[in-house]
Design a protein around this ligand. Structure first.
Ligand code: FAD
Ligand code: SF4
Ligand code: SF4
Ligand code: SF4
Ligand code: SF4
Length: 411
């Protein structure tokens, strides 16, 4: 029987999954087993769409379809939790298994603590994540730096610090450090991200630490909850999943890589935040950048923390309607409502029509608030600084009192 904290190498017993999986197909096997066995009603995962730059969310109820999701898409910058909230009833009426990168796992927690997702009905299969590359910049990077037509690439991977592409002519890899020095590589928020092994999930799965004859053919699994242990044990017992103890040196290597990634993220935070300037210079920079805003609302639509039915940015007395660019108050509202809980998922920047570095602004505020109040979003179920309230009740309170404070911290 496995238990929280256990570590192991795992791979699929099914030959097809073993071949198609990124590193032995353990994740695909676990998702398939969870669905087949009735532990969950459905699976939410990611699969290749039109091409390798098109990572598409997929909702599956037929176990035979799970195989289509095998493989990692490093240009998949999407975030799944808000889909569960918006389209799957917050998992209140069905049990769902979902693959989560660190940012997904943190968004799950922030939505769950606001009662927008029922985590009791969710099994989170975590994926270690060194970072993802925006599809647009991946195409440019492959054309410019790899001198390869992006449409001829059949597979991409990130391994041993390199971004590697595969075409009919073979493999080509370039060091991510070198790419990033020249402005390519991972998204800026991924460079700053320190959630590399998503231990908030029920199982955390990745290739770091798999050495010896299983390198590339098995996944390193860390058991992070009783729910994770139960799924893992059941899949092994049913003969779907093979496991073995990890090589001790592999555990050490995994820890060292994780630590090195933390240090790198700190370096990027320092660099990117300092480039914003200090004090009024920083304010001016943010005001200048946001003056490009066309009020497309993508930042709000896609932020996992933004889900109010009556968004304050749509209130005429706060933000003058019909004005483009909108008054700075539009952005100030979001900063004041989200800054304590921003999980640095990058969605508000990735999907901004005007390439405004919204996530950078928000993350820089969040890290300052974290220093002041000690609250780190997405790591556990602790309430945010601006303690949460149920929205309709809060709206009533706002109307009754005339207050503009969304969250009542003195509740
Ligand atoms: P498979 O059986 O092939 O299953 C892979 C699962 O991942 C599928 O269910 C698929 O739906 C899901 N998936 C694919 N792309 C995404 C995506 N973009 N977002 C959410 N779900 C997705 N491991 C490390 O140890 N170090 C790393 O630096 C690292 N970086 C990663 C970066 C990304 C963007 C991703 C997606 C994965 C990363 N991994 C990393 C995990 C590793 O690549 C494998 O996914 C893991 O070892 C499981 O292998 P497997 O064969 O069991 O997975
Ligand atoms: Fe991975 Fe973190 Fe980037 Fe999310 S924000 S894709 S977890 S590196
Ligand atoms: Fe993600 Fe942006 Fe919302 Fe922060 S503000 S949680 S980076 S969408
Ligand atoms: Fe986001 Fe604030 Fe609008 Fe709610 S009111 S959706 S928290 S900006
Ligand atoms: Fe403005 Fe960008 Fe937000 Fe659209 S996504 S409303 S352009 S800041």
């Amino acid at each position: 029987m496995s238990a929280k904290g256990d570590m192991l190498y795992a791979w699929a017993n099914d030959a097809d999954i073993l071949e198609k999986g990124e590193c032995g197909g353990a994740v695909t096997t676990l998702l398939k087993y969870a669905l087949e066995s009735g532990m969950v009603d459905a699976v939410l995962a990611v699969q290749k769409g039109y091409d390798i730059y098109d990572a598409t969310p997929v909702f599956i109820t037929d176990p035979a379809e799970i195989i289509k999701t095998a493989g990692s898409l490093h240009c998949g910058t999407l975030l799944l939790p808000k889909l569960i909230k918006n389209w799957l009833g917050g998992a209140n009426d069905m049990k769902i298994a979902v693959t989560v990168k660190g940012c997904d796992a943190k968004a799950m927690y922030e939505l769950a603590k606001r009662e927008q997702i029922n985590l009791d009905n969710v099994i989170m299969i975590g994926l270690n994540c060194g970072g993802s590359v925006s599809p647009v910049s991946a195409r440019k990077m492959i054309a410019d730096k790899f001198e390869t037509d992006p449409d001829t690439v059949v597979k991409e991977e990130i391994d041993k610090g390199q971004f590697i592409i595969e075409t009919a002519d073979g493999h080509k890899g370039i060091s991510i450090d070198d790419l990033e020095e020249e402005g390519y590589g991972r998204r800026a928020n991924c460079q700053r991200c320190k959630t590399k092994v998503p231990r908030q999930a029920d199982l955390a799965c990745g290739n770091w630490g798999v050495i010896g004859d299983k390198a590339g053919k098995a996944t390193f699994v860390e058991v992070c909850s009783d729910k994770g242990a139960e799924l893992l044990d059941a899949a092994v017992k049913a003969g779907a999943l093979a496991t073995e103890d990890p090589i001790p040196k592999g555990i050490v290597i995994r820890g060292k890589i994780e630590n090195a990634m933390f240090k790198l993220a700190d370096k990027y935070r320092e660099k990117q935040f300092s480039e914003l300037g200090e004090s009024t210079d920083r304010l001016k920079f943010i005001m200048d950048e946001t003056s490009k805003c066309i009020k497309c609302y993508q930042c709000i639509e896609n932020c996992p923390i933004c889900y109010c039915k009556e968004c304050s940015t749509k209130k005429a007395h706060l933000v003058t309607p019909g004005q483009v660019p909108p008054p700075f108050m539009f952005h100030l509202i979001r900063y004041s409502h989200i800054a304590d809980s921003c999980i640095n998922c990058g969605q508000c920047e990735e999907l901004c029509a005007m390439d405004i570095p919204n996530a950078l602004f928000m993350h820089s505020l969040q890290t300052e608030m974290e220093k002041m109040f000690g609250f780190t979003p997405g790591v556990n179920m602790d309430l945010p600084i601006l303690a949460l309230v149920e929205e309709p009740a809060e709206r009533d309170r706002l109307s009754a009192t005339g207050s503009d404070q969304i969250f009542d911290i003195f509740k």
